[in-house]
Design a protein around this ligand. Structure first.
Ligand code: C2O
Ligand code: CU
Ligand code: CU
Length: 565
């Protein structure tokens, strides 16, 4: 607790120095005053205690699993038959005995009703889907990670209002993997995703079927999709979303963990191999995933990333997963005894809301609780990067409890080869510079804010490009996401120590950089080089997006159009 306090303190101090440096100081001060110095709008302290994800005893609610019977997160076979997906308000019981207003994607098939279905689709399927909007604001579905033409991609200029519909028709061309879908109306993506609009789209190909066969995996039983979000509840059970300028600038943090619409979930398991497909659908929070048995980390295997399987499994003891990223993990519970408990958790890390570059030696920071030096009236508890949250980014806490209930005779070996990944040819290419920065409480890409009508740059169809995404020192970590085309991470430079400690090759890449990607976290001061193949068979010019997937950053304009010509 003492350490947490000091970390909290340095974070306030960092936020202030950072805002001063980015010209946001007066805006931040007025934001702070107007939010009443950070009054908590979430659950009262006593009620929160029972939900606090730092307490293992709170993990008692059975995890909701995707199943064949429909319902919330039901497995929906996308066969090519036309489907209708309605965006609707609904209520759920996330907290015992309380109703929470949510948004959901609802669809029907075979007499069953689905909310936020887990779509399962074979590569090559032609999808025909109609979105209908039954809420009071515009929305549009974006198929995150899918290689589809821009009219099927959910560009915000296609958002439709209440009562209107939008028709999609595209062929699934991607590799097998865990893709997802969520809203993309400009300025509202964060709120709508937070209120519940997010779902998995699992694409199957031959590599995928081979893996499932060799490890005897069943979707929803031993192959478990996990949609992770952080939420902030009010006393009545409602969801509280970003209301201050600071939250919109830094990103919104909940204080409660929700996995598959289950608060503080628990799952009974056998002593065998499980596959966990993690989707970070949080608006702004990154997680440092670990598997903990008591205080000891258990190693696990990364087998896939955003765009499907790696060439080989990679053994790790932790991975970062930032908003919109997916990691596909193999967890081997064979050595465990009945009654053993393992937690999927998020380990402590420095979120680098910029304090490090400015504070120098953290040990020089004064203890928490006092006024900020030179900031009359700004008490230590009054202002944080995320004023409403009790669970600061980088705190350590639990995500999912796994309890071994049954011993099994499972003896499948983990395959040594999963797939094939051919590096894109990049020799001789001049990198396109992409600079991430901030000014006047706004996040910028190459110095610009999003303009719906204009593209930031053009790329040529059927060519390979290399981009150097360089984040300023005076910054936050930005999960940068590209629409339209998957990419490869070529190299990292100037990574912070908590990242460089995880490097697996001479290009400073991480295990999670070795597969196909659509989103990559770029830390303050870091440069990440990516390679993209703009080959496509789409008709005509294409307008796609490149943006930060911290959804408050995206909604605040940290987004750019690019045109493929
Ligand atoms: Cu998942 Cu443009 O977003
Ligand atoms: Cu996307
Ligand atoms: Cu960002």
């Amino acid at each position: 607790m003492r350490i947490v306090s000091r970390r909290r303190f340095t974070r306030y101090a960092g936020a202030f120095s950072f805002l001063a440096a980015t010209g946001g100081m007066s805006a931040a001060l007025s934001a702070c005053r107007s939010s009443g110095g950070g009054g908590m709008k979430g659950l009262s302290a006593g009620a929160y205690d029972a939900l606090d994800p730092r307490k293992p005893a709170n993990f008692t609610t059975p995890l909701r699993l995707p199943g064949p019977d429909g319902g919330t997160l039901g497995i929906f076979e996308m066969t090519g038959n036309p489907i209708e997906i309605a965006v609707r308000r609904s209520q759920g019981e996330l907290l015992r005995g309380k109703k929470t207003d949510l948004l959901g994607y609802e669809t029907q098939a075979g007499g069953k009703n689905f909310v936020n279905p887990v779509f399962r689709v074979k590569r090559g399927t032609e999808v025909a889907a109609r979105l209908t909007n039954s809420i009071d604001e515009p929305t549009i579905i974006h198929w995150h990670g899918l290689h589809v033409d821009w009219r099927n991609d959910g560009h915000p200029s296609y958002a439709v209002g209440r009562g209107a519909a939008y028709d999609y028709r595209f062929t699934v061309q991607n590799r097998g993997g865990a893709y997802w879908f969520h809203p993309h109306p400009h300025g509202l993506s964060g709120k709508q995703t937070y209120l519940g609009l997010a779902g998995f789209m699992i694409v199957e190909d031959d590599d995928e079927l081979r893996l499932r066969e060799s490890l005897d995996l069943t979707l929803g039983v031993t192959d478990i999709p996990l949609v992770i979000q952080d939420k902030l509840f009010s006393d009545s059970g409602g969801l509280v979303y970003a209301s201050t300028d600071m939250e919109r600038f830094m990103g919104f943090m909940g204080d409660t963990v929700v996995v598959n619409r289950t608060v503080n979930p628990s799952l009974d398991v056998d002593s065998r191999v499980y596959r966990l497909r993690v989707l970070n659908a949080s608006t702004a929070r990154s997680y440092r995933l670990q598997l903990m048995k008591g205080n000891a980390p258990l190693p696990f295997q990364v087998i896939g990333t955003d765009g499907g399987l790696l060439a080989q499994p990679a053994r790790v003891s932790e991975v970062f997963v930032s908003p919109a990223e997916r990691v596909d993990l193999i967890v081997d519970l064979r050595g465990l005894a009945v009654g053993d408990v393992v937690f999927l958790s998020s380990g402590a890390f420095d979120p680098m809301h910029n304090e490090a570059a400015l504070m120098g030696d953290r040990a020089t920071a004064t203890p928490s609780g006092g006024s900020m030096p030179g900031m009359p009236g700004m008490g230590g508890g009054g202002m944080t990067a995320t004023p409403e949250s009790r669970l600061i980014e980088g705190d350590d806490f639990y995500l999912l409890k796994l309890t071994v209930r049954r011993q099994t005779a499972y003896d499948r070996p983990l395959p040594e080869t999963l797939s094939r990944i051919t590096p894109l040819p990049t020799e001789g290419l001049t990198p396109r510079p992409i600079a991430l920065s901030a000014a006047n409480m706004r996040w910028l890409i190459n110095g610009e804010q999003f303009d719906m009508e204009r593209e930031l740059f053009r790329t040529r169809a059927n060519t390979v490009e290399v981009w150097d995404i360089a984040n300023a020192e005076m910054s936050m970590a930005h999960p940068m996401h590209l629409h339209g085309f998957p990419f490869q991470v070529v190299e990292r430079r100037n990574s912070p120590r908590q990242v460089s400690g995880l490097v697996v090759d001479g290009k400073n890449r991480l295990s999670t950089d070795l597969g196909w990607k659509d989103t990559v976290l770029v830390w303050p001061g870091e440069t990440v080089r990516i390679a993209i193949d703009f080959t496509n068979t789409f008709a005509g010019e294409q307008l796609f997006l490149f943006h930060c997937h911290n959804l408050e950053h995206e909604d605040g304009g940290m987004m750019a159009n690019y045109r493929v010509v």
